[in-house]
Design a protein around this ligand. Structure first.
Ligand SMILES: Nc1nc2c(c(=O)[nH]1)N[C@H]1C(S)=C(S)[C@@H](COP(=O)(O)O)O[C@H]1N2
Ligand SMILES: [Mo]
Length: 546
């Protein structure tokens, strides 16, 4: 307070601040947060019209995803799994909350500075939005309008606080509103924001109602080439082991989309063009579906799956053979003199995924899939059309929400993940996983069913072995195979003695190559090493005396 008492000797100092009030921090925070909520709600409403991805928090989250260093991303995926998107969103909201409180407290001291801060944050949101792949200048609108709203509400709140009391009112402080009146104003602002936010959500849902209806109305045509029924012996009767086909609701999801794109099948188009394309194609869904449909079981795996991790799933896909479409467009693979060695798939949300043309055309069932386990693709898994290629990690083969296929070369173009330190080409590495018992389990001594999955897509699984406490490898029993493009379940009966034990598994693929024991991280082209599970076997019921 000494500086305030300096008085006339310090003429450049303004009169005592208008609000040397202990309530400043709380009041300012309330103003800032309420104004920011109002701004976010209005931004949500604008984004519902412009593009859901352009909502400020989504746009900033997406821009962070685009720029996250590979090490941090892998850490986040390992730490939070599929909840990584939620954690990111909460993180962005937390930072925004802090900025909102700062702006509010500043506003009570020096309004122009606070408004400048709001403007700067809005500008950041707008820049994040227009920096996303596929964005246009309109994506800046939600953040811009949101920031203007926040500034306006903040100004009005502060003005309400400062309005001079009517003459004759009892003296006491410079606050125009008592605590009650101010509280009511803040609550009214928040209620208004909630109403506008709700309207934004309704409008957003309305915007995707066409997509929802188009999926509901989409009945899968029958396959011209059906898959054989899954052999009953593919699913061993061991509790705790993965089911051979992964139900759609349990299928892992990995993508960069903070808002799942909901594409209206009626407006969907696919363009096939580029190097060596003699007859460029543009297809709508009926045109795609007029080609013969093939049904095929393929296990999809993510390159970010750590050893023993959950990012693998197996489905019965229904789709058009990609090789047939490419041939129709006049494309030849490099081995037959074609000039393009890379097929770049683009999604509606701007993802780019590069696949070797040779792999797509070498006779494997590379599909433009429309069906997943007898259903149209779920929105989260790429409705209406995605790519699936047996034997390649998802980030180099499995583009969801597909809209364009461009033929080019690996020399000329790096796809999204390749620009973020992942390999240009990434065939799936042979892996095996123990599903049961789980790490830390405490089974009772005696016969314990050990079981899991092994995969080496497009090479097949020839053998699985298990070892206990680093002992000799012992052969597991393989469940029936369903072709070389899917994982294979296995079981191994273990005579478990009490105590702490370590189980390990390894697979041999169809070419006779044994899964490597050498540990490698997920970056740049897939993790290796042995899945290792430690359990504590409890002593069984006492054996009868002999
Ligand atoms: N449009 C789009 N397609 C995408 C991705 C993405 O982020 N965006 N991720 C890829 C990755 S890394 C994987 S592993 C698979 C996962 O497919 P799923 O989510 O259906 O399991 O989708 C691929 N296709
Ligand atoms: Mo992935």
């Amino acid at each position: 307070m000494t500086s305030d008492q300096a008085g006339p000797e310090r003429p450049h100092r303004a009169a005592p601040r208008p609000h040397p009030n202990p309530r400043t921090l709380a009041t300012g925070t309330a103003c800032g947060v309420a104004a920011t909520c109002a701004g976010l709600a209005v931004a949500q409403l604008v984004a519902a019209v412009v593009r859901p991805d352009a909502a400020p928090v989504t746009a900033v989250g997406g821009a962070v995803v685009d720029r996250t260093p590979v090490g941090l991303r892998e850490w986040a995926v390992a730490q939070f799994g599929t909840a990584d998107k939620l954690v990111l969103t909460l993180g962005v909201l937390a930072v925004l909350g802090l900025l909102a409180a700062t702006a509010g407290v500043l506003a009570l001291r020096h309004l122009p500075t606070a408004l400048a801060l709001v403007g700067a944050v809005g500008l950041l949101g707008a820049l994040a939005a227009v920096s996303r792949p596929q964005a246009s200048w309109q994506d800046a609108l939600p953040s811009a309008v949101g920031a203007l709203t926040t500034a306006a509400v903040l100004y009005l709140l502060v003005r309400a606080l400062r309005t001079p009391r009517p003459a004759g009112a009892p003296p006491g402080g410079t606050w125009a509103l008592d605590r009650r009146g101010f509280g009511r104003l803040v609550v009214a602002t928040l209620v208004g924001a909630a109403g506008i936010g709700y309207a934004g959500r309704r409008l957003g849902a309305h915007g995707s109602a066409g997509a929802t209806a188009s999926r509901a109305a989409f009945s899968l045509p029958p396959p011209e080439v059906p898959a054989a029924p899954v052999p009953p012996g593919a699913n061993p009767a061991v509790p705790g082991v993965s089911s051979f086909l992964t139900p759609n609701g349990d299928f892992y999801r990995v993508d960069t989309a903070l808002v799942v794109p909901r594409v209206d099948a009626g407006g969907w188009r696919l363009r096939i063009h580029g190097k060596g394309v003699a007859r460029p194609l543009e297809l709508d869904l009926p045109a795609l579906l007029s080609r013969p449909l093939v049904e095929h079981d393929i296990t999809l795996t993510c390159v970010s799956n750590p050893v023993g991790g959950p990012y693998a799933g197996n489905a019965r896909w229904l789709g058009v053979r990609l090789a047939d479409l490419l041939r129709e467009a006049g494309v030849r693979p490099p081995s037959r003199g074609g000039p393009a060695d890379q097929l770049v798939a683009r999604s509606v949300d701007g993802m780019t995924i590069g696949t070797p043309v040779e792999a797509v055309m070498d006779g494997r069932e590379a599909l433009l899939a429309v069906g997943m386990n007898g259903e149209p693709l779920p929105f989260a898994h790429g409705f209406p059309v995605r790519m699936v290629v047996p034997g390649l990690y998802g980030y180099v083969s499995a583009c969801k929400w597909l809209r364009e296929l461009e033929l080019t070369t690996f020399a000329a173009y790096d796809a999204y993940w390749v620009r973020r330190s992942w390999a240009q080409q990434a065939p799936v590495k042979t892996q095996s996983r123990i599903d049961t018992p789980r790490a830390g389990a405490a089974p009772v001594a005696g016969r314990v069913a050990v079981a899991g999955v092994a995969w080496a897509q497009h090479r097949g699984i020839a053998r699985v072995e298990v070892r206990v406490d680093g002992g000799p490898w012992q052969e597991a029993r393989l469940a029936d195979a369903d072709g070389v493009d899917t994982w294979r379940l296995w079981t191994w009966p273990w005579e478990a003695a009490p105590g702490r034990h370590t189980l390990q598994v390894r697979a041999t693929d169809g070419t006779g190559a044994v899964q490597t024991e050498r540990s490698a991280p997920t970056v740049p082209d897939g993790a290796t090493g042995l899945h290792t599970v430690t359990v504590h076997v409890r002593p069984g019921p006492a054996a009868p005396e002999s």
